[in-house]
Design a protein around this ligand. Structure first.
Ligand code: NDP
Ligand code: MG
Length: 380
């Protein structure tokens, strides 16, 4: 049985990971779980999956959980607890299912132990892709994508050599505002932005999908995962979310991976790779779906997408600035402090004002992340 640690077990991905594990009895044993604050959701997970250790980032809530579960398992609490768990606990697979660049340090701890990283937490690769790639090589770790587009690409390139890839084609649903004109985005509400047509996800990524920053982050993620330059990564709008992404090869052949929009599939593949395990999830019926449609993204409407391309082209700490500014801007939007259209404006300002450094080490990345957050927090 493979032992699994899930960082962010109470989120949309974390819950799906536990479902996948439940559906493959005898294959995986959950040994460690972490959350930020939601101990009410963590508590039943402890009773059902019997992890040896859990970590709760919030100190007070962690202490409360300890009292409630009464020695059922060890509870680490506080800011350092996630890293401690990643560095010390017993596991084979580290599932990065927490949101934001706060996942970076625990992921590095897992890489240093040469583990398999099943990665949903794309922000980690966006802020520190160069460093993470080096560390993965140095410590003989492996990163397997959970993000559906990257899982699709990973499946398409199996058996091919990197030299044969001409370009990657990331598909994007276009989010809830696909049919709105760019002027109409000025007035959209939080509820409208959170109403994704195809996927049920955490709030942060749902807003990123509405602004298409999610696709922007995914271009950067794909660049680091597959070593393809940003100029050879295209985005294609595909509202049905059935083709999860495609790879075009040097002979003009294009491979695509299809499936229903359900994260359980890419999660299962990242856990069981190189094997494919049978499951009884719903199958795709193309005759019922009828037609699959495609269009080019409008960069003047989806400004975040253009900003992401320019950040990865600039390189260095620019993607870290892009990500930190986006995390703060999305939080402000979700709290009703700024309009939806202000998100790219704040990110653009941050990219202009914060200095970019090449090949940053961890200290420089954290410094840049902190400076950007301070700047954007104080912008209106
Ligand atoms: P959710 O918001 O649903 O869940 C986030 C999880 O991380 C929760 O367990 C949460 O704990 C924990 N967490 C949040 N912030 C912190 C923090 N600062 N420190 C420690 N733990 C924290 O997010 P999703 O599951 O939707 O997304 C997770 C990641 O996967 C993101 O990077 C997203 O981009 C990526 N992803 C998600 C997809 C999806 O379908 N949802 C698809 C592809 C990628 P608590 O419950 O206590 O708040
Ligand atoms: Mg995705």
């Amino acid at each position: 049985m493979k032992k699994v640690l899930i960082l962010g077990s109470t989120g949309s991905i974390g819950i799906n990971v536990l479902n996948v594990i439940k559906n493959l009895p005898g294959k995986f044993k959950v040994t460690a779980l972490t959350v930020n604050t939601r101990i009410d959701l963590l508590e039943p997970q402890i009773y059902e999956f019997n992890p040896e250790i859990v970590a709760v980032k919030d100190e007070k809530l962690g202490a409360e959980l300890k009292k409630r579960i009464n020695h059922k398992c060890k509870v680490y609490t506080g800011e350092e607890s996630l890293c401690r768990l990643a560095a010390e606990s017993d596991y084979d697979i580290f599932v990065g299912a927490m949101v934001g660049s706060a996942g970076l340090l625990p992921t590095i701890e897992a890489i240093k132990r040469g583990k398999r990283i099943a990665l949903a937490n794309k922000e980690t690769l966006v802020v520190a892709g160069e460093l993470i790639t080096e560390l993965v090589k140095k410590y003989n770790a492996e990163i397997l994508p959970i993000d559906s587009e990257h899982s699709a690409i990973f499946q398409c390139i199996k058996g091919e050599s990197g030299r044969e890839i001409e370009k990657l084609i990331l598909t994007a649903s276009g989010g809830p505002f696909l049919h709105k004109k760019k002027e109409e985005l000025e007035k959209v509400t939080i509820e409208e932005a959170l109403a994704h047509p195809n996927w049920k996800m955490g709030n942060k990524i749902t807003i990123d999908s509405a602004s298409m920053m999610n696709k922007g982050l995914e271009i950067i993620e794909a660049h680091w995962l597959f070593g393809i330059t940003p100029g050879r990564i295209d985005v294609l709008i595909h509202p049905q979310s059935i083709i999860h992404s495609m790879v075009q090869f040097v002979d003009g052949s294009v491979k695509a991976q299809l499936g229903l929009p359900d994260m359980k599939l890419p999660i299962q593949y990242a856990l069981t790779y190189p094997e494919r395990d049978a499951n009884n999830y719903e199958r795709i019926n193309l005759a019922d779906i009828g037609s699959l449609t495609f269009s080019e993204p409008d960069f003047s409407k989806y400004k975040c997408l253009a900003l992401a391309y320019s950040a990865i082209n600039a390189g260095g700490t620019a993607p870290c600035i892009l990500n930190a500014a986006n995390e703060v801007a999305v939080d402000k939007f979700l709290k009703g402090k700024i309009k939806f259209t202000k998100i790219p404006v704040l990110i653009d300002n941050a990219l202009e004002k914060i200095q970019n450094y090449n090949s940053p080490d961890l200290e420089l990345i954290f410094d840049c992340d902190r400076k950007t957050r301070d700047l954007v927090l104080n912008m209106n």
